[in-house]
Ligand binder design. Structure first.
Ligand code: ZN
Ligand code: ZN
Length: 418
């Protein structure tokens, strides 16, 4: 229900943002196809992105329209059998276009609480159904088989959640656009240059972390997190975007501030305390703790959304172990906006985070060409799902331990010390 009587954003900045997404994010090539998934509430954005894609030489641009109202209504009113059967036409679309080498742009504008009150059993069943049906496509997504980028655009419901005290929905949307531009380094026409510098800085740290070959990390803060996390023998730290199998760099997420790897799936002990609300399947989970023993979740609690947390951990195979550890400085453009976005893409790039579920295969040597059994043998977690949650804080301390037992301070007071 975006009423766009007058633009709620600076048009030059929006153009710069779209340029960043098409050129640097997707690295769209002449003759390539593009698939845009976008909410109908933000159709104007998809149209502008489509024009920019054709200008960059796209051969064809395909739209996958998303609508919060329709998604919610289906979960509330459709026949129960619907949630165990994925629409064949959509599977065909995703499989065929990813086989043909299309790039994928996901524009997230979802109301953080779109599925509040929906039967959580329907949500988790459909999530499993979707992962099974689109296994081929998701496999390409996590191994660089396609270039893809996820970004956000404000919708009215989302902007109102982030700025509940704004005088009007228009003001909330406009405020959210300002924060999005700031967090994505858009301004003065310099986004491409700023991102090149940012990527170079991330690359330097990624190299340092890889050179240390840590065997484990000791992670602590005053919120109550106290974790001892082993790392797989051949782990790889990644960040600064990705390189697809065709050799071309791309940015899976804009913004991206994280440097991440995979924990040893059976080697995590201790407790982690969430420091930001988590949006899972359109529901909020707040004030939660999760305790691990030998990598497996042994207990958990949440002040709100405990049922959703239980579903997340118990219903989907592999969601009871960690698949990602990501380091993000407390002093980053996103956390400096001072805004809680209620959106994982933004909030995860403002805070150190972990993910339950699948590890990125590329986080161990040779992982992108391993099958699931080989990935498990290499020590990383395998699941059809991956859910990030934030646990960073201003006093986060992380110490890396090398094979010879030497301790290196990696994070001090929430920021990198290396
Ligand atoms: Zn991450
Ligand atoms: Zn993640």
């Amino acid at each position: 229900m975006c009423v766009m009587s007058k633009p709620l954003y600076n048009e030059e900045l929006l153009e710069e943002y779209i340029e960043l997404v098409i050129r640097k994010g997707l690295n769209l090539q002449p003759g390539q196809q593009l698939v845009i998934a976008c909410s109908v509430d933000c159709a104007f954005f998809a149209r502008l992105a489509m024009v920019a894609a054709y200008k960059a030489g796209a051969s064809n641009v395909h739209m996958r329209w998303v609508d919060d109202f329709c998604s919610r209504t289906r979960f509330l009113m459709a026949d129960d059998s619907v949630f165990d059967k994925y629409p064949a036409w959509d599977k065909l679309l995703m499989d065929s276009l990813s086989d043909e080498g299309a790039a994928f742009l996901n524009v997230i504008a979802t109301d953080p609480e779109v599925f509040k009150g929906v039967d959580s059993n329907r949500l988790s069943r459909f999530s499993i159904t979707t992962s099974n049906a689109l296994k081929g496509y998701f496999g390409k997504i996590i191994t660089g088989g396609v270039r893809w980028t996820t970004i956000t655009v404000p919708s009215e419901a989302w902007a109102n959640k982030v700025f509940p005290n704004a005088a009007s929905a228009e003001e909330a949307i406009s405020l959210l656009w300002d924060r999005i531009f700031a967090a994505t380094r858009v301004g003065d026409g310099k986004a491409l240059e700023r991102w090149s510098n940012h990527i170079d800085a991330l690359k330097r740290r990624v190299k340092m972390l890889n050179d240390y070959r840590f065997t484990e990390l000791l992670i602590k803060n005053s919120a109550g997190t106290d974790l001892r996390m082993k790392l797989p023998k051949n782990h790889i730290w990644k960040g600064s975007g990705d390189v697809a199998k065709d050799g071309l760099p791309f940015l899976p997420n804009i913004p991206t501030e994280e440097i991440f790897s995979a924990p040893y799936a059976n080697g995590v002990d201790g407790t982690v305390v969430g420091t930001m609300p988590n949006v899972f399947q359109g529901n909020l989970i707040e004030d939660f703790t999760i305790t691990f023993k030998d990598g497996k979740v042994v207990s958990y609690d949440a002040k709100s959304g405990r049922e959703q947390l239980a579903n997340m951990i118990n219903d989907i195979p592999g969601m009871d172990k960690l698949g990602e550890i990501a380091l993000v400085e407390y002093n980053s453009p996103i956390s400096n906006t001072g805004v809680l976005f209620y959106n994982t893409l933004y909030d995860e790039n403002a805070s150190c985070h972990l993910a339950l579920g699948s590890a990125y295969p590329g986080c161990v040597e040779g992982g992108d060409s391993m099958n699931e059994e080989q990935r498990k043998a290499a020590g990383i977690n395998v699941s059809d799902s991956h859910q990030d949650f934030m646990f960073g804080s201003a006093d986060m301390s992380i110490v890396g331990v090398t094979a010879s037992g030497k301790e290196v301070v990696v994070f001090k007071d929430g920021n990198f010390a290396i």
